[in-house]
Design a protein around this ligand. Structure first.
Ligand code: CMC
Length: 430
């Protein structure tokens, strides 16, 4: 990987050679692993703005061009031509499946969609008004108490079973969290339905009536899953890797990822973005919110705008915007005020110097809430849907990490700025 001349770093009177690693595409990377040993210094990079924490073959983002590839395939092509379970196979195993491999994979996932019956009781320990993400963190973490036979991370077969179980059961768990929050009975998975239709069925069917999933809505749901499936070393994925680096079991690691995803700067932004659009309410109030977003004294930010890596349109947001139009059209929702506010807000922000100079563009969360809300999901379900879609990315990255011979426990260092050494003073003398 290192076929360049090394970079030379001068630290006081020492010159230290840092190998330059070459990626397939993207910026080169300075290998600083020996820096502390040779130079007795650490590097300082809060928020990892310039630090690669691993090598990975899974996902590539070109933030300046606004490109996203899964295993080399552009997201736009996958969103248009593929479907979620095929994308899951691609992310997990590295190549698109042939027809037989796809059928086998779909069968395996479908056969694992039910959860242990005892888990129903576990749900009942939560308050009905709990946020479904709170329930998901707990229930997914508790999977390690239900599926002991897939927690031995040194066994490749158990790792594989855990991966399939997580991909298969997360929609069931998310739908159960939703049903529990609205006081309706759990709806068991249906193995004659495809992945997205099954999820919609578990969320919206009730035992008292027949429920037929609209195939066009299932397709839109599937596309939302695909667009969220992986996004290289973002905060929740890095959390999963860090948790996994200590040897923690896969269910505990994914629960850690879900906890991290919940924050409004990350996956929680889809809920926050729709709530913001609803709060703005009408096009004439947009300037007031743009002004607030630009005011350094005001903590308000335009939710669904900006990204650490994209300094251009988030390619997922483009597809999502088209999908929003399609879904509202399909459902016969005309003159949707929230969509109108979203489009106008986007237009105004993209012409505003503040947003232009800081390269702040709409991200994936800006339009997804409009689609999910039109489908009938409450805002609290937006982030759980992100979590179930991202599970395949997390588990693919976790598996990749475990099979990497360079894998070590993650252990960042710090710049200590606390007190110098001092002696303990008895409480009576303080
Ligand atoms: N509204 C107003 N100003 C913003 C926004 C925004 N949404 N995002 C960034 N800025 C400003 C920020 O104040 C800073 O200004 P200055 O340089 O004058 O201090 C500058 O742009 C750079 O922002 P940053 O916070 O240093 O950038 P970051 O890379 O640390 O943060 C972010 C990225 C996504 C957390 C941030 O853009 C944000 O908070 N956006 C809103 C929340 C959101 O939509 N999150 C979803 C991200 S995409 C999906 C996902 O990851 O789950």
């Amino acid at each position: 990987m290192a076929d360049n001349k090394p970079a030379i770093l001068s630290v006081y009177d020492k010159e230290i050679e840092l190998p330059i690693l070459k990626p397939t595409v993207g910026p080169e990377v300075l290998d600083i692993r020996k820096l502390y040993g040779q130079g007795d210094v650490f590097t300082y990079d809060p928020g990892f703005t310039s630090t690669a924490s691993c090598d990975s073959e899974i996902t590539f983002i070109d933030g300046d061009k606004g490109e996203l590839w899964y295993r080399g395939y552009p997201i736009e092509q996958l969103a248009e031509k593929s479907h979620y379970l095929e994308v899951c196979y691609l992310l997990l195993y590295g190549e698109l499946p042939d027809a037989g491999q796809l059928e086998d994979f779909e069968n395996r996932v479908t056969r694992h969609t039910m959860v242990h019956e005892q888990m129903n009781n576990f749900f009942r320990g939560f308050r009905r008004d709990a946020h479904p993400m709170a329930t998901m963190v707990g229930v997914v973490g508790a999977m390690s108490a239900f599926y002991h036979d897939s927690t031995d991370i040194s066994d490749p077969w158990q790792r594989e079973v855990a991966a399939i179980r997580l991909i298969a059961k997360l929609p069931t768990i998310a739908a159960m969290a939703y049903k529990y929050s609205i006081g309706q009975p759990f709806v068991y998975p249906r193995n004659n339905l495809d992945y997205a239709s099954n999820f919609l069925h578990m969320c919206f069917a009730v035992p008292a009536e027949d429920y037929k999933v609209d195939p066009a809505l299932a397709k839109a749901m599937d596309r939302i899953f695909t667009l969220h499936a992986d996004h290289e070393q973002n905060a929740s994925t890095s959390t999963v890797r860090l948790a996994g680096s200590s040897g923690a079991n896969p269910f505990a690691c994914i629960a850690a990822g879900i906890a991290c995803l919940w924050g409004p700067a990350h996956g929680g932004a889809n809920q926050a973005a729709l709530e913001m659009l609803q709060e703005i309410g009408s096009v004439d109030r947009i300037p007031e919110y743009i002004k607030r977003a630009k005011d350094k004294e005001d903590p308000f930010r335009l939710m669904g705008f900006g990204h650490r890596v994209y300094k251009n349109f988030d390619p997922r947001a483009k597809v999502m915007k088209e999908s929003a139009d399609e879904v509202l059209d399909l459902l016969g929702i005309e003159n949707n005020e929230t969509l109108k506010v979203a489009k106008e807000l986007e237009k105004i922000a993209l012409e505003d110097d503040y947003f232009v100079s800081k390269k702040l563009y709409p991200n994936v969360d800006f339009y997804s809430g409009i689609i999910l809300s039109a489908m009938g999901f409450p805002t609290a379900m937006f982030t759980p849907i992100f979590a179930l879609s991202r599970t395949v990315g997390w588990i693919s990255q976790w598996k990749e990490m475990l099979s990497d011979p360079q894998n070590k426990i993650g252990r960042p260092r710090q710049l200590y700025v606390g007190s110098g050494k001092r002696d303990y003073v008895d409480v009576a003398k303080r």
